[in-house]
Structures are given as C-alpha cells and as structure tokens.
Design a protein around this ligand. Structure first.
Ligand code: PBG
Length: 334
C-alpha cells in the first residue's frame, strides 16, 4: 500500500480544490487583466468607410474617424494598450509614407493620443512592408534582397516620426540586425529618450501571418521573409535575438506568434527581466473564428483558454485582436 493511500483510496484528493467555482478561483495560478491586453488596429488612408478584412471577421481597416471610435471603446474597456498599423494610399520602393509627418500612421497616432490621452499605452508598429510597393520589410538591393543597414536607417527615421506624432513606444517588427540600437540612438538624438522600444525580438517566419497581410496590405510581391525572420525550427536563435535586443536597448521584448511558440515565451520569460509580450497573431485569430463559425469550437471558451495559456507560459503583455472584447468580459460587461 502506498503511503498516501488508505483502504485503496487516495488521501490526497486534488479534486477537492476544483469542486466549486469559488475554490477554483481561489487557487487559480494564472489570471488575465484588461490591462495585460493590447489591441492591434489598422487604419487606411483615403477610405470613406471602414473596410472589412475577409479573413479576419470582426476586424477591419479603419478610417481615421472609425479608428478613434474603436480606440475609445477599447480604452473604455480598460485595455492596456493599442498598437497601430498604417496602410498608406500610395507606396514606393523606400516606403516614403512611413516617416512622412503627414503619413497615415503619424496622423493616426496623433488622433489616438487626442482620443485616449494617457488612458492606455499607444504603440506604433515600425516596419516598411505596409509602405513599400514590393511589400518587403525594407529597401531592396539591386538583386532584390532586403538590404539590412539601409533598412535600419529608414527604421530610425520612422521611429523619430512616430515619436513626434505621439507614440509612447515604437515596436520594430522587421527583424533587421541592429535595428533596436539604431532606433534607440535616433530617438535619443531627437531628444526622445522618453519613448520606449518594444522589440519584436523572437519573430518567426510564420504562415500564421496570412490574414494580417490582407489587413495591412503588406504581402511580399515576390519571395518571403525567411531570410530575416526566425526559423520555426529554432529556440536558441530566439534567445540570441532577445539577448541582442536587450543589449541594444529594448525596453520590452516580444515573441510572435504565440500559441505555437509557448515554449519560446516560457524560455524567454525565464531568462530576461524586461517585460515579455506575446502576439496572438492573425492566423491564430482566424483559425478560431473560422471553426467557431462552423459550430466546431466554443469560441469564447477557446479565446479565454488560449489567452490564459499565453499568460501561463509567461507573457506579461498580450497583443490580441480580441483584446477589447475580452477586456469587456473580464470587467463583467457584455
Ligand atoms: C510586419 C508585421 C507582421 C505582423 C505584424 N507586423 C507581418 C509579417 O511579418 O509579415 C503580423 C501580425 C499578425 O499576423 O497578426 N509589419
């Protein structure tokens, strides 16, 4: 007979703590707060009405006006932050609109600041893929490769423009080498030592970004992003990227996607002291919405389960297209 058994029955009964909702709530190890969530928002230049994104039901490209309304709703629900993606009307080889003070993302950042004040953190995605006519995350060499150092120079200029427009944090997502250091230097030189950097450090070359590329109109016209984004086969590579980014001045690091990379979130969270963010990306959103629309999954429970799993793995901050809706659930609203 084992020492914890008596008469063939166990003495330790974990089920005792699961008996009622109150007991389960008391001993829950992981919880989610509205403030942990960041809502990604798309804003498109030159549209009169918000445009739906077919692969992301419920998510759309906003006009400047509808963006303000969505932001106000999210702030009201208590989300911790907003992250903005601008979609310009005109694109070119160097992504000129990205750092234009009158470019859509700068106008949108200023709108958001005016709308929500300091109620939540305003973040700016910092990349070129939405702004270049070829859809790559940087400027190209004659051979059609993404040129690292020339791209990093563009990122530095974009960071300064986004800071001037009102971003609390810039979030470089292009995975160029040295991008965080160059951005930090440029922000400091512009007198914006106060603006933080949330680095997409462990950003994988993932097929889960498919729907986003429709929303942000940033699919590469040729080739892919495998030469700069991390290889899904690797974990040590992510840790190396995270360490470099922190060394270069990142205030926060991000793992992306989230659900297929919970091991990476956990390892990163265990190895750094800066806040760790995770991005529940467009494909993760689309999978659940598509299955739920067929009645194959219980949508709301799956959403909470995935978000809880991402928190449990160690992400302090979660970017999610469900952020505002979940924030409302958490506050007991509808
Ligand atoms: C690049 C960027 C991407 C995402 C966020 N920033 C796409 C990419 O690298 O192709 C993906 C987010 C998502 O899928 O929800 N600017």
């Amino acid at each position: 007979m084992r020492s914890d058994m008596t008469g063939g029955y166990p003495l330790a009964r974990p089920r005792r703590l699961r008996r009622t909702p109150a007991l389960r709530a008391l001993v829950a190890e992981t919880s989610l707060r509205p403030r942990d969530l960041v809502l990604p928002l798309f804003v498109k230049e030159g549209i009169a009405e918000p445009q739906p994104v077919s692969s992301m039901p419920g998510v759309g490209q906003h006009t400047r006006d509808s963006l303000r309304k969505a932001a106000a709703g999210a702030a009201d629900a208590g989300v911790g932050g907003l992250i903005v993606f601008g979609v310009p009307a005109a694109k070119d080889g160097r992504g000129s609109a990205a750092d234009d003070p009158a470019g859509i993302s700068q106008l949108a950042l200023a709108d958001l600041r005016a709308e929500v004040g300091d109620a939540c953190v305003i973040m700016a995605d910092l990349c070129l893929c939405e702004y270049t006519d070829h859809g790559h995350c940087g400027v190209l060499t004659e051979g059609g490769e993404v040129a690292n150092d020339a791209t990093v120079e563009r990122y530095a200029a974009i960071a300064v423009a986004q800071a001037a427009a009102g971003a609390d944090m810039v979030a470089p997502s292009g995975m160029m080498d040295g991008q965080v250091a160059a951005i930090r230097k440029a922000l400091d030189a512009a007198g914006r030592a106060d603006v933080g950097i949330c680095a997409y450090s462990a950003k994988y070359a993932s097929a889960f970004y498919g729907p986003f590329r429709e929303a942000a109109e940033g699919a590469p016209a040729f080739g892919d992003r495998a030469s700069h984004q991390a290889d899904p086969a690797n974990a040590a590579e992510a840790l190396r990227e995270v360490a470099l980014d922190i060394d270069e001045g990142a205030d926060m690091v991000m793992v992306k996607p989230a659900l297929a990379y919970l091991d990476i979130i956990q390892t990163v969270a265990d190895s750094v002291t800066v806040p760790v963010a995770a991005y529940q990306v467009s494909g993760e959103f689309a999978m659940v919405e598509a299955a739920a629309a067929r009645g194959w999954l219980d949508r709301d429970r799956v959403i909470m389960e995935t978000l809880t799993a991402i928190r449990r793995a160690g992400a302090g901050v979660i970017l999610s297209y469900w952020a505002a809706e979940v924030a409302r659930w958490l506050r007991g609203g509808v």
